[in-house]
Design a protein around this ligand. Sequence first.
Ligand SMILES: Cc1ncc(COP(=O)(O)O)c(C=O)c1O
Length: 322
Amino acid sequence: MLPVAVSAAPGLVRDGLRCLEARRMAVIVNVNGHITDGQSAVVPVLDHGFLYGEGIYEVIRTYERRLFLFDRHVARLRRSAEMIELPVPFTDAGLYSRIRETIEVLDRERDRGGWGPETYVRVLLTRGAGEISYNPSFCRTPTLVVIVKPLVPQPSEVYGDGVRVVLVPIVRNHPGSVNPLIKSNNLLNNALAAQHALREGAFEAVMRNYRGELSECSLSNLFVVRDGAALTPPIDAGLLAGITRGFLFEVGEAVGVRVLETTLRDEDLLGADEAFLTGTTLEIIPIVHVDDRTIGSGRPGPVTRKLLQQFRSMAHERSRGV
Ligand SMILES: Cc1ncc(COP(=O)(O)O)c(C=O)c1O
């Protein structure tokens, strides 16, 4: 049996990819309906998720204690499942209740630990346990895991000062291989890119696709700002259709910033007026350096700041049902 979550993070790790604090982190895990703390949660080693990385996942966060854009996350989970022919053994409402009951257990810990009100939710669905064989018919029941923990926001300097990213030599998966559209538990491509960035002391790793065009980062989507418009690579550049990326089109519309898909190359990023990353837990993070080059003025630009402010206000309003 394999522990699926670790509940303590020694020391302060501020690598940009994660900000883990020295305080003991409360992690609650729900494995097929069985709720335990992170240390005790187990899945069988014969689960094809463990053996072969055959599984998919979603990361959702709360605003105002409500699951943000839940419907879009479940829809993407279902699309990912379809792309690996994995049956989804729950309704949307069933998954919602499974997450809520797990968060309720976390809420009992939350106040004791002095954590903030918001929650990080990771939903994993794997092929389930079966014979050591690629034949999926050996796996009768998919494994559904829900991991919840208090959401630790990025430090405010990340938004106030911006971050440095690096262009890495790791090529983003070819869409004809493990298609980046699948939010797959098989994250080796992402992990290798992220590890490269960590070695270089950078916040994120920007990957190119097999054609040499910019695609996305290890755990976020990429945008550049040119002539007042926010530009992001199209889906066929081979990337995850980020929920935050998708929401940004609505944010841009609300605030009068054009958001467009277009092919981007290194020079578009290096010569951009502004650039930023998007992701569920990151929101919108300004990029001010790429490798040893400064982007724009070297400070978070006006378009990025406007989008971030609008994004946050729309996220809170939607969650309050305004
Ligand atoms: C490779 C990759 N791209 C983009 C994103 C951002 O997606 P979202 O906005 O849905 O969090 C993620 C999030 O984990 C990711 O792993």
